[in-house]
Design a protein around this ligand. Structure first.
Ligand code: C2E
Ligand code: MG
Ligand code: MG
Length: 259
């Protein structure tokens, strides 16, 4: 009920309980911010901040995810356009999480086109993150949709890779650009986990995909990932998700992280 109310408010007023936080995605080659992942936050008046892990599944069930998802997409592209222009960083990217229901809605492609047109963000700078479960939906329409997105020039990332029902046998059939290694694999990094991460990196590269490691918390993890040839990293070692103001300060400061 609260979620529905918050969504109605989101649609009807500017006084939203939702906010987008941005987490840097760092190039492990240059140490610079390559882009950000958009992560929604819900500041509920009575309960304070509610985690997306709690409310996104409810939003999915109730269909409220469609309105939320559309807003996140629009707002993320608005923000990216401002940063690209004001800070003269035209190659900066934004990664937006897309839920299954949102991805499969009939007008998803026109929606994306409208957001790109209205914000003047180049398609190549928008990355959509989907999970393996989306790929496992009735395969033909999903493939078609992924191909439409690819034809628009949008890049696709497979989020939480390795935690779902990995569709390894036909991964090569989908036009995916990036595998995001789930943080559970980065966290352990004992010998077994190490072999898994190594295998994912090798798999991605042989399929001409690049790799983002999620949840990097220590410099030992970072050094190891650099050695394995992982292109990008994200995690508390660099920065937690932050408000737009803080993200902008980081961009302005031109922060560089070394492995
Ligand atoms: P995700 O897309 O896999 O996002 C990464 C999550 O890992 C984020 O949690 C981020 O805060 C967290 N994280 C990043 N670095 C570290 C680290 O070093 N250590 C630890 N322990 N955690 C780290 P968050 O923001 O709570 O989001 C959770 C999930 O909620 C996301 O997982 C995503 O699946 C979903 N989500 C968030 N925003 C949206 C959205 O706008 N739309 C949709 N559909 N889903 C969203
Ligand atoms: Mg994600
Ligand atoms: Mg993830």
């Amino acid at each position: 009920v609260d979620l529905r109310h918050a969504v109605e408010e989101l649609i009807s007023t500017c006084n939203s309980q939702f906010q987008i936080y941005y987490q840097p995605i760092v190039s492990l080659k240059t140490g610079k911010i390559a882009g950000f992942e958009s992560l929604i936050r819900w500041f509920q008046p009575e309960r304070g901040m509610v985690s997306p892990v709690e409310f996104i599944p409810v939003a999915e069930e109730t269909g409220l995810i469609l309105a939320i998802g559309r807003w996140v997409l629009q707002e993320s592209c608005n923000q990216l356009q401002r940063w690209q222009e004001q800070l003269q960083q035209p190659d900066l990217t934004i990664s937006v999480n897309v839920s299954g229901r949102q991805f499969l809605q009939a007008d998803f492609i026109p929606q994306i086109e409208q957001v790109l047109a209205s914000t003047r963000v180049s398609a190549a700078c928008l990355k959509l993150e989907i999970t393996e479960s989306v790929l496992m939906e009735t395969a033909t329409s999903v493939t078609e949709r992924l191909e439409q997105l690819r034809d628009l020039g949008i890049r696709l990332s497979l989020d939480d890779f390795g935690t779902g029902y990995s569709s390894l046998s036909y991964l090569h059939r989908f036009p995916i650009n990036t595998l995001k290694i789930d943080r559970s694999f980065v966290k352990g990094f004992g010998t077994d986990q190490d072999q898994i991460v190594r295998a994912i990196v090798t798999l991605a590269h042989s399929l001409k995909m690049d790799v983002v490691a999620e949840g990097i918390e220590t410099s030992a993890q970072l050094q190891h990932l650099v050695q394995l040839g992982c292109e990008y990293g994200q995690g508390y070692l660099f920065s937690p998700p932050v408000s737009d103001d803080k993200a902008e300060q980081m961009l302005q400061a031109g922060i560089i992280w070394k492995g």
